[in-house]
Design a binder for this molecule. Structure first.
Ligand code: FE2
Ligand code: FE2
Length: 255
C-alpha cells in the first residue's frame, strides 16, 4: 500500500532482512483485504492501453517512453510479488522465499531502470502508463492457481518474448546501458516465470488436475484478448513450459 517510491523500496529491504534473520512473521492475518489499487505515486497517469501515444524509438522522447513503460512494469511487479505473499497465506515456506526473492529482484530492476531513465532526462511519472498488470493481479485474487497461470506464466512470460526484439532496437540506437539492463531483466524474468510454473504445478498436483489442460482452460476463461506470438520458446522452455505447452503455443503462433 505504500505510495512513496523510496519508502516502498526501504520497507521491502526490511522484509528481506527479517527473512534472513528468521524474524519474518508467518502469523496469518485475520482478514485479507482486496487491493483494487496498490500503493503508487500520483503520477504516472493511468490510461487505457489504446490511449497510450505511439512514439518512435528514434526520437529522444520515444526512447525515454520505452524505458518508462518498462519502469512502470517493474514498479507493478514489486506490488504483484508482494501481493502473492500477502494474499495466499497457507502455502509452504518456500513459496514465500520464492516470491520475496522475486520482489527483491523487481525492486532492483525498478531502481536500475529508473536511474537509466533519469540519465535520459526523465523521471517516473513523466509519461502516462496503463494498469494491465495490476488489473490482472486484482482479478486473480480469488485463486492462487489462476494467479500463477495468468500473472507470471502469461503476463511476465510475455516479457520473455518481447525483450529480445527490444534489445535489438536499443542496440540500433546505440543505448549500450539499456541493452545491458534489458539483458539482466530477461535473465531474471526467466526465473520469475519459473517460480510461477513451479507453484502452478504444485497446486495442480494438490488438486489432482492435469497441468496442461488446466493452463489452457485458465487462459480461455480469464485472459482478455488473444495469446499472441511470436514466442520466445527457448526462454519459455527454460522457465519450465512443458513440451505440451510449447507445442500448443506453436499452434497459436502459426494460426
Ligand atoms: Fe522485473
Ligand atoms: Fe518479474
Amino acid at each position: 500500500m505504500e505510495s512513496d517510491l523510496g519508502e516502498k523500496v526501504r520497507q521491502l529491504a526490511l522484509l528481506q532482512q527479517w527473512w534472513t534473520e528468521d524474524t519474518f512473521d508467518f502469523e496469518p492475518t485475520s482478514e485479507i483485504h482486496k487491493v483494487p489499487d496498490a500503493g503508487r505515486p500520483e503520477k504516472p497517469e493511468l490510461v487505457p492501453p489504446r490511449e497510450l501515444p505511439k512514439r518512435r524509438l528514434g526520437s529522444k522522447e520515444g526512447h525515454a517512453a520505452l524505458m518508462h513503460s518498462i519502469l512502470h512494469i517493474e514498479f507493478n511487479a514489486v506490488n504483484l510479488a508482494l501481493d502473492a505473499i500477502y494474499r495466499f497465506q497457507d502455502m509452504p515456506r518456500e513459496y514465500y522465499r520464492d516470491w520475496l526473492g522475486v520482489a527483491g529482484e523487481e525492486s532492483y530492476h525498478f531502481q536500475m531502470v529508473r536511474e537509466h531513465l533519469y540519465h535520459l532526462g526523465y523521471e517516473y511519472g513523466d509519461f502516462p502508463a496503463h494498469n494491465g498488470l495490476w488489473v490482472t493481479t486484482y482479478e486473480t485474487d480469488h485463486d492462487l492457481l489462476v494467479r500463477m497461470a495468468l500473472v507470471p506464466r502469461t503476463l511476465e512470460a510475455r516479457g520473455l518474448d518481447v525483450t529480445p526484439p527490444m534489445i535489438q532496437k536499443l542496440r540500433a540506437v546505440g543505448d549500450k546501458r539499456g541493452v545491458e539492463i534489458l539483458k539482466i531483466l530477461l535473465r531474471d524474468e526467466i526465473g520469475h516465470v519459473e517460480v510461477g510454473t513451479r507453484w502452478f504445478r504444485y497446486l495442480c498436483a494438490e488438486r489432482s488436475l492435469n497441468p496442461f489442460e488446466t493452463f489452457t482452460q485458465v487462459i480461455d476463461d480469464y485472459f482478455h484478448g488473444d495469446l499472441r506470438g511470436p514466442f520466445n520458446f527457448e526462454a519459455r522452455q527454460e522457465a519450465g513450459f512443458s513440451d505440451d505447452e510449447i507445442a500448443w503455443l506453436k499452434t497459436l503462433e502459426s494460426a
